[in-house]
Write a protein that binds this ligand. Structure first.
Ligand SMILES: Nc1nc2c(ncn2[C@@H]2O[C@H](COP(=O)(O)OP(=O)(O)O)[C@@H](O)[C@H]2O)c(=O)[nH]1
Ligand SMILES: [Mg+2]
Length: 457
């Protein structure tokens, strides 16, 4: 039910200096007034929008705390409804009791994300803006935070809006051609339509490509570090984390389990898996580790294959080259231990890899080069925080559908097919871009013809 008044604790569960309890809906002021008593004696509903009042918090006729209530009035609040935010002392029990008092006075417990859902339903936020808020909360790196702000604040929404309007204009021209072929109703030629389609395709192609960066920055790249025993896989993991995350020894078979951790690499996040050295072994535990290493390789988006340059290439290394042969993930050969004398024929290994970097996990030599290579491979060039980025699979799928609709419409026109063929594809592109931002699909294209092209004149 849209109109029921809901309340929730908005700060994390736990002991702290202050907690915030939020209530929103038609009954927010009336419900709060029976729980929160301003010292001034003024009713909350009489307070100005965005004003804060000090008062007592009452539950079962007893003062349980004192705090500040901030009053937001519809339609200017976050949700678009009357809203009160009560800041009380941050004890677990006192916070929960304030919420209980509000529920007791008639509020319903809010569902996950319900405040933002209401903001969206009340037209305060577009869907992509709501998603950007989640990205801000989830951001684990400065780049992720900056990227969420680049796409939030309405930028992605505005971009989608522009694409939407341009497709709608195109459709209007096409329908004018189809419906009134003999009348000179539009000054847009077929060539101009084709050019506009090409330009729109390029705009959506940029958005489509931006997901590569958005994903690497927000969610991280899945990386498997693999190689034969003792080449320095665990040392490479520790080089990324800057800590002694995995045990490093000169004993073969030290790492048996898969060790998973995250590390920041330039602008992106890496979901790293350090694995057992791949070899035939009679040790039961180690051989399970080897199986798991192979599984990690299969799941990875990036495989870092480590080779020890201080030893000659052997059959174990060659087995690994064979294991990686059919893997479609991005593969980088890491020639490790470059601080020692080189005895490895790197030429033979290089034949199997498009990318390689010489490093010393011990001295961290080559780490910068490796970081920038990984960033280059997993982002679409340097991040431009002034433009919006696609940040999730849902948005990506709609952008792809939009682009493919535009491409089909373009090839229909280029192949001399009738314009109504192109219009079907354009309708698909239009609904995809309108879904990107959660806009209601309204079929007002027909109205658009009359409004833009003055058909009645
Ligand atoms: N000199 C030198 N030794 C290294 C380097 N990387 C790893 N090692 C040593 O190689 C041995 C095996 O390292 P480890 O990371 O456990 O290899 P893993 O079995 O592949 O995980 C240890 O004694 C490390 O100290 C490096 O870059 N230079
Ligand atoms: Mg290891």
């Amino acid at each position: 039910m849209q109109n029921r008044t809901i309340a929730a604790i908005s700060t994390p569960y736990g002991r702290g200096a202050i907690s915030l309890i939020r209530i929103t809906g038609e009954g927010a002021f009336a419900i709060c007034e029976s729980v929160f008593k301003p010292k001034s004696g003024k009713a909350l509903s009489e307070c100005r929008h965005a004003s804060a009042v000090y008062g007592d918090i009452i539950f079962e006729n007893e003062i349980i705390d004192d705090g500040i209530a901030t009053v937001f009035k519809a339609p200017n609040s976050y949700t678009g409804e009357d809203t009160v935010e009560i800041a009380c002392h941050g004890g677990i029990l006192v916070t929960k009791t304030v919420l209980d008092a509000l529920l007791n006075a008639g509020a319903y417990p809010a569902e996950a994300g319900e405040f933002t859902k209401r903001a969206y339903a009340n037209g305060k936020l577009r869907l992509s803006e709501a998603e950007a808020i989640m990205d801000i909360i989830d951001a684990r790196t400065p780049s992720a935070l900056k990227l969420a702000n680049a796409s939030g604040r309405g930028r992605l929404s505005d971009e989608a809006e522009k694409i939407y309007s341009r497709i709608k204009m195109l459709l209007a021209s096409i329908y004018a051609y189809i419906d009134y072929p003999d009348e000179d109703l539009t000054d847009v030629t077929v060539d101009e339509m084709k050019n506009e389609l090409k330009s729109l395709r390029d705009v959506t192609a940029r958005l489509e490509r931006s997901y590569k960066t958005g994903k690497a920055v927000r969610e991280g790249v899945r990386v498997a570090i693999c190689g034969k025993p003792n080449v320095g896989k665990s040392s490479v993991l520790n080089m990324f984390t800057g800590e002694d995350t995995a045990i490093v020894t000169d004993i073969e078979g030290t790492t048996r389990d898969v060790i998973k951790t995250q590390a920041v690499c330039g602008d992106i996040l890496l979901d790293l898996s350090d694995t057992a050295g791949i070899r035939q072994t009679s040790d039961t535990v180690e051989s399970i580790g080897v199986e798991r290493a192979v599984e990690e390789i299969k799941k990875a988006e990036l495989i870092l294959a480590v080779f020890d340059t201080s030893r000659a290439l052997d059959t174990l290394d060659r087995d690994i080259l064979k294991t990686l042969e059919n893997e479609t993930a991005v593969k980088i050969a890491l020639f490790n231990k470059t601080d020692k004398e080189c005895l490895l024929d790197t030429k033979e290994v290089k034949k199997h890899f498009e990318h390689f970097v010489c490093i010393s996990a011990e001295t961290k030599d080559g780490k910068d080069e490796l970081d920038s290579l990984i960033n280059r491979l997993f982002t679409d060039g340097a991040i431009d925080y002034g433009t919006p980025y696609i940040s999730n699979a849902r948005q990506y799928s709609e952008v792809c559908k939009c682009k493919s609709g535009l491409e089909s419409a373009l090839s229909a026109l280029e192949n001399g097919l009738t314009q109504d063929m192109a219009s079907f594809d354009l309708e698909d592109a239009l609904s995809a871009i309108s879904r990107l931002d959660g806009r209601e699909m309204t079929d007002d294209v027909v109205n658009e013809i009359f409004s833009k092209f003055c058909v009645g004149k």
